[in-house]
Design a protein around this ligand. Structure first.
Ligand code: SF4
Length: 193
């Protein structure tokens, strides 16, 4: 298992300079980490103001779909974050973060999960699933086209790898209701005290 630098506070993440991406945009974080369910996307998008905006914001198509799922599950508090907190750019165009950037930023996600102690962590999309799975030894995490998502218990947290909303919006648009319904059903199956 990889050695993870242990971050000590949200403030430390806000001022993180572990890689060059902070030159594009400072780390983008959600407001309150006190939540039962965490969404984990890949990397930040460009925002007007990192202090007032949030990751996976409903202003984006991905965020809108996530909001739909949240509306169906109002018994939970949700926290949204990304594996990579800053903005990956190439010649001013947004790109996927590379492995080195994901490696450098993972300590921040590790801190958020240790601090927030969510009951459920939803991993969005194959890149996030593959990366996080290797670190936490989630060896069997696979996505299937039936949206029959598996759950994995690691310590006291349930991890749920699911398709990324953008994949659903582009390739499975006709099945959005099924996607929302299946994730909601899994969330409903966990009684959280
Ligand atoms: S992307 Fe992550 S590791 Fe890099 S500076 Fe931003 S918060 Fe730090």
């Amino acid at each position: 298992m990889k050695t993870i630098i242990q971050m000590k506070s949200i403030k430390e993440i806000q001022s993180c300079r572990n890689c060059n991406l902070c030159a594009n945009q400072k780390p983008l974080l959600d407001k309150s980490i006190n939540a039962e369910v965490f969404w984990v996307g890949l990397s930040a998008v460009k925002v007007n103001n990192v202090k007032s905006d949030t990751p996976l914001s409903p202003r984006t198509n991905t965020g809108k779909l996530i909001s739909e799922i949240e509306k169906c599950n109002q018994q939970y508090r949700f926290y949204k974050t990304n594996l990579v907190k800053c903005l990956p750019l190439d010649n001013d165009k947004i790109r996927y973060p590379n492995k080195a950037e994901m490696n450098k930023c993972y300590s921040n996600l590790d801190f958020e999960i240790r601090k927030g102690k969510p009951k459920i962590v939803i991993l969005l999309g194959k890149v996030v699933i593959d990366f996080v799975s290797k670190i936490i030894n989630l060896t069997k995490a696979k996505l299937n086209d039936n949206f029959n998502y598996e759950t994995f218990k690691i310590d006291d947290t349930i991890y749920i790898p699911v398709h990324h909303p953008s994949y659903i919006l582009v390739y499975k648009r006709k099945r959005i209701e099924e996607y929302i319904g299946n994730i909601s059903q899994i969330l409903a199956n966990f009684v959280i005290s």
